[in-house]
Design a binder for this molecule. Structure first.
Ligand code: ADP
Length: 193
């Protein structure tokens, strides 16, 4: 059963590729960024709580984020596998996820690390800023998120590398080329079975 995580810096295209992987494997994609944005848009209690944090490019507290992911993973459609996007985002969240999964006798089966040079990342982000107008795509919030990626998120890859479950994917190329690299990496792990 594929229990996957896709990781990459802002602008790496992990959102786009994540949707493709999840569709191809018929598993739900669990994107914490999407959950937070939907709640902000709908003006829910959670949305009101996290809006300022997200707009500034800061991280939502681990306890809150981990509780949301746990609830989502307990839903029946995630029983046959899932693809996480944007969570875990720091080593503390890795511990939270490990605790939750091991309680069910499970663990992550694969981590896709999408890498792109900083310059490409920034170029794609400024394009997205002009196209989508995301509130956290201001220059300041982008810089904050990229630096948090380096300091908080990149270290989670060391943890997963030690477990031998990370595949590094070159994120430069056409959407189809990158999707192809991802399916080759998954196939080498016997996914789909
Ligand atoms: P990006 O990868 O472009 O920063 P995301 O959609 O993954 O965008 O996340 C948007 C924002 O949502 C983050 O900047 C952060 O404020 C919040 N967020 C998303 N995932 C997490 C997480 N796992 N932990 C804490 N905050 C998160």
């Amino acid at each position: 059963m594929p229990r996957l995580l896709i990781v990459g810096p802002q602008g790496s295209g992990k959102g786009t590729q994540g949707v493709r992987v999840a569709d191809a494997l018929a598993i739900p994609i669990v994107s914490t960024g999407d959950v937070f944005r939907a709640n902000v848009k709908d003006g829910t209690e959670l949305g009101l709580k996290v809006k300022a944090i997200i707009d500034a490019g800061d991280l939502v507290p681990d306890e809150l984020t981990s509780a949301i992911v746990r609830d989502r993973l307990e839903q029946v459609d995630a029983a046959g596998g899932f693809l996480l996007d944007g969570y875990p985002r720091n080593v503390g969240q890795v511990g939270d996820l490990d605790g939750f999964l091991s309680g069910r006798g499970e663990q992550l089966t694969g981590v896709l690390e999408l890498s792109v040079p900083r310059a490409v990342s920034i170029e794609r982000l400024s394009l997205r800023a002009s196209e989508q107008g995301r509130a956290d795509d201001t220059e300041e919030a982008i810089a904050k998120r990229l630096s948090l990626y380096e300091s908080e998120t990149a270290p989670i890859l060391d943890v997963y590398r030690e477990r031998g479950i990370v595949d590094a994917i070159d994120g430069v190329g056409s959407l189809d080329e990158i999707a192809q690299r991802i399916s080759a990496a998954l196939a080498a792990r016997g996914i789909p079975g």
